[in-house]
Design a protein around this ligand. Structure first.
Ligand code: SF4
Length: 478
C-alpha cells in the first residue's frame, strides 16, 4: 500500500537510503537512492538497530521523504523486508564522549587530517555493531534501559581502573556527563550484569598499573558477564601540547607488566578455566619477550585491540620457497619500528632466494612522532620521505595503514599516489606471513584488500581498519 502527501515539516534527522534491492517492496513502490526514511511505525529510528527492531514487529509503516519533489510517502509492508539499504548505521549522529582522558589520542593528533579522524566516538551502538570501546560515562538512564531491553550484547568497555577516584582522574569527564551515576564503573558493571562485556585497560606507567592493575583485574574477574580484559600500553605522540606529561613503558617496566599479567593468567586458568586477561602485542615486543602461543590467546577474543595480531600473523607458516626467481626482483617491505625486527627474522629464509633482493625497512613515524612505532599509524608522507623513488620494483605495506575498503592512507594519500611518486608498484603485503611471502614471490602482486585491523585507540580505529558490519547482524569481532 502506498500513500503520498506533502510534508509540512522535516524531522531533526532521517536515514538516507543508499540502495534499494531490486524486486523489493520499496523498489516496486518507486523508492530510490537518495530518498530519506523519516519514521517507522510512527517513531523516528535513530539507528539501524532501531530500524531492525521495528521490522521484527511484522507489519511496518514506513514514512519516506523524496527531497527532489518535496513529498513524502507511506509504504506499508507486512512480514517482508522493505529492501532499503543504508550506508550509515547511526542516523541521529554519533554520540561523542564526555571525557578528556589524559592519554586521548584525538587530543594528540597532528592538525590537518580529515574531520572524521577527530571524532570522539563513545557511542554504545557502535560498540555493539563494530566492537569499538566505550567508557559508558555519557549514558543516560534511557540508554541503559535500551541496552538491557534490546540485549545489546556484547559491549566493549574501557575500564582503565575499577578504583573510582583513579578512573575519574584518568578520564576527567566534563559537564557533558548526563547522569552522574554513569560515571561510577562498579555500579555500572553491576547494572549491565545481563550484558556480556569485553573490557580494556589502557595502562599508564605509575598511574593505574601495579597494585591498581591487580585490583582492577580481580574486580573484573569477579564478574561473570566480563568475558575478558585487554591490557594495552598508553600510546603517545609528539603532539601533546597543553596535556599532562606522560611517558611510555621502558623495557624493564614492560617486563614487570608481562610477569604480573602472566601470573594472574595462571591463577585464572586454574580457577575459571580461562586466562581472562590478555596483553597487547606491544608489551611483549617492548619487553623483548616471546609471544604467547596461539592456544594461549584462546581464540583471539580481542585481536582488533592489538592482542595477538603478531601471533596470528605467524599462524600460517612460510610456503615452500624456490631456490631462485625466474627474473630478478627488488622488494621493500615497509613497516613500523616495533614490528620490523620480528618480521625481518621471520623472512630470513627468503634472503637465500637467488634473484630476490629483499629488505624489511623500519619506518620512523614522522607524522605522529618517533614514540609511535606501530605500523598502522604510518601515513603516506612517512613512506614518501623514507623510500627513495625507484629503489625497488615493489613496495609492500601493512593492510593496517589503509582505511577500510579503500586504498587511502591516514593523510588521504592513496596507494596510487605512492606508486606515482615512488615510481614502483605498491601493494598490500597480507595479514599473514604466508600471504606476505606469496606476494613477495609472485610476479604480479595482488592489489586486492585483505582483512584489516586497527590501532587500539578507538578514535583512530573509528575510521581505520574497522570491518563494516552487516546491517542485519553484528559482526563477530572475535
Ligand atoms: S580517549 Fe576516548 S573516551 Fe577518552 S577523551 Fe579520547 S575519545 Fe574520549
Amino acid at each position: 500500500m502506498l500513500l503520498a502527501k506533502t510534508i509540512d515539516s522535516l524531522p531533526p534527522y532521517s536515514a538516507v537510503i543508499s540502495g534499494v534491492r531490486s524486486g523489493s517492496p520499496a523498489a516496486k513502490a518507486g523508492i530510490g537512492v537518495g530518498w530519506e526514511l523519516i519514521s517507522v511505525n510512527g517513531v523516528m529510528v535513530p539507528d539501524i538497530l532501531a530500524y531492525q527492531r521495528e521490522l521484527r514487529r511484522g507489519r511496518v509503516e514506513l514514512r519516506l521523504f523524496e527531497p527532489e519533489s518535496g513529498v513524502y510517502r507511506t509504504l506499508v509492508v507486512a512480514f517482508e523486508d522493505p529492501g532499503l539499504e543504508f550506508d550509515e548505521v547511526i542516523f541521529d549522529g554519533i554520540r561523542t564522549c564526555a571525557n578528556r582522558c589524559e592519554f586521548c589520542y584525538v587530543h594528540q593528533m597532528p592538525k590537518g587530517f580529515r574531520k572524521s579522524l577527530y571524532l570522539m566516538d563513545d557511542d554504545f551502538r557502535t560498540s555493539f555493531l563494530y566492537g569499538s570501546f566505550i567508557t559508558l560515562t555519557n549514558l543516560t538512564e534511557a540508554d541503559i534501559l535500551r541496552i538491557l531491553d534490546e540485549r545489546l550484547s556484547p559491549l566493549y568497555v574501557s575500564v582503565h581502573s575499577t578504583n573510582e577516584s583513579l578512573r575519574e582522574d584518568l578520564l576527567r569527564w566534563s559537564t557533558k556527563v548526563q547522569d552522574e551515576g554513569a560515571t561510577k564503573i562498579r555500579p555500572m558493571l553491576e547494572r549491565l550484569a545481563s550484558i556480556d562485556l569485553y573490557t580494556q585497560v589502557v595502562l599508564v606507567p605509575g598511574r593505574n598499573d601495579g597494585v591498581h592493575l591487580a585490583e582492577t583485574l580481580k574486580d573484573l574477574a569477579g564478574r561473570s558477564n566480563v568475558l575478558a580484559v585487554a591490557v594495552v600500553p598508553v600510546g603517545l605522540t609528539d603532539h601533546r601540547s597543553h596535556l599532562p606529561a606522560l611517558r611510555t613503558y621502558s623495557t624493564e617496566e614492560a617486563s614487570r607488566v608481562v610477569y604480573q599479567v602472566e601470573s594472574f593468567q595462571r591463577r585464572m586458568l586454574a580457577e575459571r578455566g580461562t586466562r581472562f586477561a590478555f596483553l597487547s602485542d606491544e608489551f611483549y615486543l617492548l619487553a623483548g619477550r616471546d609471544l604467547p602461543t596461539e592456544e594461549m590467546y584462546e581464540g583471539f577474543p580481542m585481536l582488533e585491540n592489538g592482542v595477538g595480531m603478531v601471533r596470528d600473523f605467524f599462524s600460517e607458516p612460510l610456503p615452500e620457497l624456490p631456490d631462485a626467481l625466474p627474473e630478478p626482483k627488488r622488494v621493500l617491505v615497509a613497516t613500523g619500528r616495533l614490528f620490523a625486527p620480528v618480521l625481518d627474522r621471520a623472512l630470513e629464509p627468503l634472503y637465500r632466494i637467488k634473484g630476490l633482493r629483499l629488505e624489511v625497512r623500519a619506518l620512523k613515524n614522522r607524522t605522529f612522532g618517533e614514540q609511535t612505532t606501530v605500523a598502522g599509524l604510518l601515513a603516506g608522507r612517512d613512506f614518501l620521505t623514507q623510500v627513495v623513488p625507484g629503489e625497488a620494483d615493489l613496495m609492500l605495506v601493512s593492510p593496517n595503514v589503509l582505511k577500510f575498503g579503500t586504498e587511502t592512507l591516514l593523510d588521504d594519500r592513496t596507494l596510487d599516489d605512492l606508486r606515482r611518486e615512488l615510481g614502483m608498484e605498491v601493494a598490500v603485503g597480507g595479514s599473514h606471513l604466508a600471504q606476505l611471502a606469496e606476494t613477495i614471490l609472485s610476479l604480479v602482486p595482488r592489489r586486492s584488500h585483505l582483512p584489516q585491523f586497527g590501532y587500539s585507540t578507538h578514535a583512530v580505529k573509528e575510521s581505520f581498519g574497522k570491518t563494516k558490519p552487516s546491517q542485519t547482524s553484528r559482526k563477530d569481532t572475535t
